[in-house]
Design a protein around this ligand. Sequence first.
Ligand SMILES: [Fe+2]
Length: 331
Amino acid sequence: MVNPRAPIHIRTYETTCPRADALSDIQEGSLTVRPVFQSPESSFGAEVFGVDWNSPIPEALVAQLISLQDRYGVLIFRETGLDNARHIAFSQQLGEKLEINPFFYGRENDRLGEPRLFDVANIELDGSLVKLDSRRWHHSLGNALWHTDSTYHQTRSKYSILLSHGNPVRGGSWTHFADTRRAYADLSPEKKAQIEDLVVEHDLWHSRKLASPIVYGNPLPHELAAKPPAFHKLVQTAPDGRKTLYIAAHAKQFVGWEFEKSQELIWELIEHCTQPQYVFSMEWVQGGDMVWWDNRQSMHRANPYTESMTARDVRRSTIIDDGPLASGVKV
Ligand SMILES: [Fe+2]
């Protein structure tokens, strides 16, 4: 049910048009769509109401949701009530293969006991809150940098679906999204020409080192072996046909360029993409909230864990890309 007087749990950051609070809901068949940004140039982000998550999702509805996803890039659903099994089942309707957590060391060593879900909660295996300065804490710092999931995989992933469980979180639990299609469109013709053919080396350990140089300055051998770097084009075509930037904090350097010069341009582009007019934030209000985003046409970042934050039990499935650009560039 859509509650027109629900408090605002979506934030935009600048008095640019379009703005979420100026938009009205759109009826799309049985679904009500509440866009965050809506304009002829670029629509981005939408809350979607009207999906009955108690039953398997019919294929026609899956197709409708994918069409909305292609348009908005980020879809938010509230009060889904999904459990792990139904979270996975819906994810499998969106693509043949899900990513398997490479750091899954058996059900007894994993809080979720499910290798197709990534545990991104601030909760340890024994149920206690993650400790300040633990390795898990430092690993999470990388998620607070602007990034795109799995760019460091040679066969990349298209969608991520993050689902919350349990009680509402106190202490500020938000996820932030940036529209890389609209950001690309606003680049100057000179910049577009400069970057058109660039290939990027993506490395998970690069972003971890940026976020936490002391702990991740020298990743452990099994960590390095689990996640070698990958190569992808910087400028790509999004599912809706528009050009977009495929970039992330994992982006280490351009093929054929020096590291320092690469980092300069990479962060110039990330800063461009994450200007207020391209960004919105969603608050995790209660268990059952779910956000599904397209890594091929957006970036995101999490709020970092804080010591005042209560349990944030969020779990992610990641759907492997099966499109023409999925396997990146051979170098
Ligand atoms: Fe992420």
